[in-house]
Structure formats: structure tokens, C-alpha cells
Design a protein around this ligand. Structure first.
Ligand SMILES: NC(=O)c1ccc[n+]([C@@H]2O[C@H](COP(=O)([O-])OP(=O)(O)OC[C@H]3O[C@@H](n4cnc5c(N)ncnc54)[C@H](OP(=O)(O)O)[C@@H]3O)[C@@H](O)[C@H]2O)c1
Length: 339
């Protein structure tokens, strides 16, 4: 602890003025004792995160950036992570984020960065991966049940085990975004037939992931694409877009299927939802062991991560602007340090 500086660079979001600024004299955290202090390498921005304050009661000066990769600086009693470990994770939204040189993270939110994944790419993973994983497997139950062995995983023998959702049809609304990009890949690893909505410019990217079909949302609505054919409907519709697309997505869910959304403003159609359909809106949960299991799949080269752009901390305004366009190709990352 004694080697840590007292002050640091930090992006500050003022919850009263809703303005972002960069402080060069923000305090370096000294605790709490149940959290590791981590030297931040990179943080990733999540679209809409600056609007979450009212749900979680931030102080007036809040540090954004919930995804983090970095190096453990302090130990926590009972934690398996040691000083010097390269780790990544998603920091709880009610706490202070990682758009700063030193941040804090709970051991339960943390996993070791998998072999072969660089620290910038690592920062792009946790929030999107947990969200996509939990949407497909825990809430959408496309493999029938949710346990470490009933979903895609790397077994004790080091071999990958997938295909647990063969025969299921999954539609990802917003397939090329941070969450959707991983949802498509998780669905394919589970052996499902996966379709996604995206614009034409992202078709090739998604086809490279093995997606079964891309529906250009600028040209076709889901209502027109389904065009009354029950066979084309999906067991799971996963909404990562909201608004008009979310409402249109209701046309694509099978009777007795599941509609899962993670976007603020989710609602059921005014005319009622299709018979037997379960709808779920949820906020992802950060779980170190889940991230570790996903990391084993990443280390085998079975998942591609997606970074839209990389910005220095001084370029925070451009980084947030890029995310806010709603058209980033994967995650926007702020690289805080080079080591
Ligand atoms: N509840 C939770 O726990 C939780 C967790 C994480 C994220 N979220 C929320 O989930 C949403 C998605 O997050 P994200 O990080 O994936 O967002 P994102 O990366 O900003 O999404 C951008 C992508 O969406 C595509 N897109 C924009 N409009 C579209 C439309 N009408 N139809 C289909 N694709 C469209 C864009 O493609 P084009 O450029 O081709 O248009 C771009 O690829 C956000 O609202 C975020 O706040 C919630």
C-alpha cells in the first residue's frame, strides 16, 4: 500500500450536472478491506451506463466504467487472488468504476485473464459476457437447465463440451453490439440455430462467427420476415436494442417460447403476448467463477472478442460519445495504462 500514490487521474461523472470531466487529483482508494485494489489497465464503457445512477444511488462525483482489466495490488483475506495477478471482471454498478488508474473489485467478481487474451480485449468481455451468458442459459434456458455442466464448458480433461441446445432457435436483436456479438457465439457453441438483426455493414462480421442468418433491420421488420410462418419463429428472442425493435421482436417468439431483454424500457405488446410466452427483464450478475468458465472457452480460441475502438483516458469524451451513438462494433475501451 505504501507505494501507491495518493492521487490519480480519474474520469468523473457529475450526477447533478450529468457532465463528464477528467480529474488529475482524484483520491486513490484505500479500501474497503473486502475488495482488492487493482491497478487498472483498461476499462470498457457500456451503452447507457451513465443513466443508471437513479437505480443505484451514486455520489455526486461518480467514476464510470464497470468492466475492468488490471493487476491486483492488495490482498483480501480468503481471496484466491494474489498481488501481481492479471485479472478482469465487472464491478458492481452501485460502486465506483474503473475509468481511473486504481480501482477496487470484489474477489467474487474477479477472474484471472485467460491465456492469450490481451488486457484491452479482456476489459471488453465481463459485462457483455455475463449478460449474454445469463440471458441464453440462465433466463432463456436454451439448454434445458442452468448448471456448469449443462451449458457449453471446457471439461476437466481440457476438451470442450457443447451442443446442449441442438434444435433450439435463438434470435438476437442487436447481434453486432457488445452483448449481441457474444450471445451469437454462445448460442452457436451450444449448438442452437442463431439468427440476429444487424445492419448490412455488420453482416460479414456475424457470418464469420457462424451465424445462421442476419436480418437487416434497416430493410425488414421481424413481422415481415416471419410473415405468418410459425416455423420461422424462435424459442428464445433476446433483445439487446429496445424501442421499436424490441416491440417488433414480439412477432418472432414461438408459442411457449421465452422473450428476454436487458434494455431499459422493456415492455410487453399492448395486445398481449403470445400464448405461454415467458418474458424476463433482468440485470446481469457479476460472478467470478462464471467468468473463469467463459475464460477457459476463450483460451481455447472458441470465442472472438470485439473491441470497437481504444482511447486514452484523456480522450474520455470521444470514447463516451462513440458508445452513445448506439452503433459501436463491439466494446469501446479506455486504455488507462500501457503495463
Ligand atoms: N440489464 C443489464 O444487465 C445490461 C447489461 C449490459 C448491457 N445492457 C444494455 O444492453 C443494451 C445493449 O448493450 P450493448 O453493449 O450490446 O450495446 P451496443 O454495443 O452499444 O450496441 C450497438 C450495436 O447495436 C446495433 N444496433 C443499433 N440499433 C439497432 C437496431 N435497431 N437493430 C439491431 N441492431 C441495432 C448497432 O449496429 P449498427 O451499427 O449496424 O446499427 C451496434 O452493433 C444496452 O441498452 C445496454 O445498456 C444491459
Amino acid at each position: 500500500m505504501s507505494e501507491l500514490p495518493k492521487t490519480q487521474k480519474a474520469v468523473i461523472f457529475n450526477t447533478n450536472t450529468t457532465q463528464l470531466s477528467l480529474s488529475t487529483t482524484a483520491p486513490v482508494p484505500t479500501g474497503p478491506p473486502e475488495e482488492h485494489i487493482i491497478k487498472v489497465h483498461s476499462t470498457a464503457i457500456t451503452n447507457g451506463e451513465l443513466t443508471w445512477g437513479p437505480f443505484v444511488n451514486w455520489p455526486v462525483e461518480h467514476v464510470p466504467g464497470f468492466d475492468v482489466s488490471g493487476t491486483i495490488v492488495t490482498t483480501v483475506p480468503g481471496s484466491k487472488f494474489q498481488v501481481g495477478d492479471k485479472v478482469y471482471g465487472r464491478i458492481g454498478a452501485a460502486r465506483e468504476g474503473a475509468a481511473r488508474q486504481y480501482a477496487t473489485i470484489l474477489p467474487s467478481e474477479t477472474a484471472l485473464v485467460p491465456e492469450g487474451l490481451d488486457m484491452v480485449d479482456a476489459a471488453s468481455v465481463p459485462m457483455s459476457a455475463h449478460t449474454a451468458w445469463q440471458a441464453l442459459f440462465e433466463k432463456g434456458l436454451i439448454t434445458g437447465s442452468f448448471s456448469p455442466s449443462s451449458v457449453p464448458h471446457v471439461g476437466k480433461d481440457g476438451n470442450f463440451v457443447g451442443d446442449q441446445a441442438k434444435g433450439k432457435r435463438v434470435l438476437v436483436l442487436g447481434a453486432a453490439g457488445g452483448v449481441g456479438f457474444l450471445a451469437v457465439q454462445f448460442g452457436k457453441l451450444a449448438g442452437a440455430t442463431v439468427f440476429g438483426t444487424a445492419s448490412a455493414r455488420n453482416r460479414e462480421l456475424l457470418e464469420g462467427l457462424g451465424i445462421d442468418g442476419v436480418i437487416d433491420y434497416n430493410k425488414t421488420s421481424m413481422k415481415d420476415w416471419i410473415s405468418g410462418d410459425e416455423e420461422k419463429k424462435f424459442d428464445l428472442v433476446f433483445d439487446c436494442v429496445g424501442g421499436k425493435s424490441m416491440l417488433d421482436g414480439w412477432n418472432a417468439v414461438k408459442e411457449n417460447g421465452v422473450y428476454v431483454s436487458v434494455v431499459v424500457g422493456f415492455k410487453e405488446p399492448d395486445e398481449g403476448k403470445p400464448a405461454g410466452v415467458k418474458s424476463i427483464w433482468f440485470i446481469m450478475d457479476a460472478r467470478g467463477p462464471e467468468l473463469e468458465a467463459i475464460g477457459k472457452i476463450i483460451a481455447k480460441g472458441l470465442i472472438t472478442t470485439s473491441v470497437d475502438s481504444i482511447w486514452a483516458i484523456e480522450e474520455y469524451e470521444n470514447a463516451f460519445k462513440k458508445t452513445a451513438t448506439g452503433h459501436a462494433k463491439g466494446k469501446v475501451v479506455i486504455k488507462v495504462t500501457d503495463n
